[in-house]
Ligand binder design. Sequence first.
Ligand code: MLT
Length: 318
Amino acid sequence: MAKIAVTDGMAQEAVSRLRDAGHEVDLEPVSLNGFDAVVVRSATKMTSEAIANAPTLRLIGRAGVGVDNIDLDAATNAGILVCNTPGSSTQSVVELTIGHLLASTRHIPTADRDLRSGKWTKNDLKGTELSGKRIGFIGFGRIAQGVGRVAKAIGMELHAYDPYLPREIATEQDCTLHADVNDVFRMCTHIAIHCNLSEETRHLVNTETLSMMPGIGADGTLCGNHLVSCARGGIVNENDVLFALENETLSSCALDVFETEPIGNHPLLQHANFHGTPHIGAATHEAQNRIGFEMADLLIEYFAGGVPISVVNRAVLE
Ligand code: MLT
């Protein structure tokens, strides 16, 4: 039997699955000392200090995809396995990304604000279609491919920059893969961010890259330029995005993720052509249930002597 701490919540049925398998689950741990495993989402920061204060820990389970809230080197040095649930939230993030894109190009947040304040702005809210435009993906993993399938069905042309992606996968998805990220910005009026945050991608979306965007759709429509990110804060330079909205290089920006979360009072939030959500990409009943079950099964497997498939720091196993 293992002692498992859950710090940022877990679907009730998944907790029951762990308890039914004989494990002790604490949903309100005061400290991590004495626990064999901890399950975190993005709120808990597993810093080197937090890891040093948890000497009994053998596994950190990241209920979600991004592991940027975990000091992987510190975990590896301490011999702690880090596992995530990479596929469980894909569909939810795909749907949120498409929602944000449509909300931006059809002015849905502005229309709603106007309506609530008694304004009937029917003649001011002319949008543009996604159909006939090029969408450029920065990162073309599972989520981007899912967004790509929907975008394709709507009638968009797919472009991507992803130096880690085998070309055949892009070809299968009918997506043009570019070796130079700037080519994606140069060709696409709609950019969707789907890469990890790393030193390579920090502030990759900035004044320079945004200024390359064409503003005219592949179908000749003056659709402006649109940016959406449900990936990770820090890839998009928020001050540069505000500048680009102010000088109309960008027509809209929709973000689910921010450099600092919660974002607080950033002036970006006041811009009429910005709208956002508070990091809710994976916040659906379906995704949270899948994530919970995937995590519970992974913990059960590990404490029965197995090796979970989604180990992030394989060096611990060597
Ligand atoms: C993830 O990395 O899984 C998502 O950003 C969801 C989250 O952290 O809440």
